[in-house]
Design a protein around this ligand. Structure first.
Ligand SMILES: CC(C)(COP(=O)(O)OP(=O)(O)OC[C@H]1O[C@@H](n2cnc3c(N)ncnc32)[C@H](O)[C@@H]1OP(=O)(O)O)[C@@H](O)C(=O)NCCC(=O)NCCS
Length: 169
């Protein structure tokens, strides 16, 4: 439906973002075969390592929502990170946008620029399709607030309303 680009399935190459580390990181479209490794990364991100906003397993996210614009980061043959998302419309009455559903980087490869490369690749595809990029996170999710703010995201115009019914008789 959307133009994900002729080269969307090809490698985008670059070095790990750590001085002196010359290993090459590759960003490419996620395939079905990648899902077991994506699940393995997801399982490593438990407890305090895990973003408050993304408690559902990545494999469940894939199975239920089939996010069509998803990328993985590969280092020397191993998948070390992923971004799940899609370009879709009619969400909360907004224009068609690129929606990031989940990002994960294996703990030992964090703070090396892998998450940045994944999100930049996702944003690049949205730029080609002339749509903005959106992500919904919890108010108290300081990890993701810091990550997305450093990537140039700013607070958007969605809020949620709650009526407390669960605890009333
Ligand atoms: C958030 C996450 C994706 C960041 O990935 P990363 O590869 O470590 O991030 P990068 O090294 O590319 O950092 C990009 C920017 O984000 C910021 N950032 C990274 N980690 C951060 C943190 N823990 N808190 C605040 N800001 C952070 C950095 O300032 C960095 O900016 P800079 O490049 O200008 O220094 C990673 O920490 C992660 O996967 N966390 C768990 C997410 C999760 O629970 N997902 C669901 C289960 S899979």
């Amino acid at each position: 439906m959307y133009n994900y680009g002729e080269d969307a399935g090809k490698w985008k190459r670059g070095r790990l973002g750590v001085a002196g580390d010359e290993r090459e990181i590759k960003i490419r479209r996620m395939t079905e075969e990648d899902i077991p490794q994506v699940k393995a990364i997801d399982e490593l991100l438990a407890g305090p390592e895990r973003a408050l906003s993304w408690q559902v397993g990545a494999d469940i996210e894939v199975a239920v929502y089939r996010p069509a614009l998803s990328f993985v980061a590969e280092l020397e043959g191993d998948i070390v990170g992923f971004v799940l998302g899609d370009i879709r419309g009619a969400e909360y009455g907004k224009d068609v946008s690129g929606w990031i559903d989940m990002v994960g980087v294996a703990p030992r490869y964090q703070h090396m620029g892998v998450g940045r490369r994944l999100v930049e690749t996702f944003c690049g595809m949205c730029q080609q399709n002339k749509v903005n990029v959106e992500v919904v996170i919890r108010e108290n999710d300081e990890l993701l607030k810091g990550f997305f703010t450093s990537m140039g995201f700013r607070r958007g115009d969605l809020i949620n309303f709650v009526k407390e019914c669960a605890s009333t008789e």
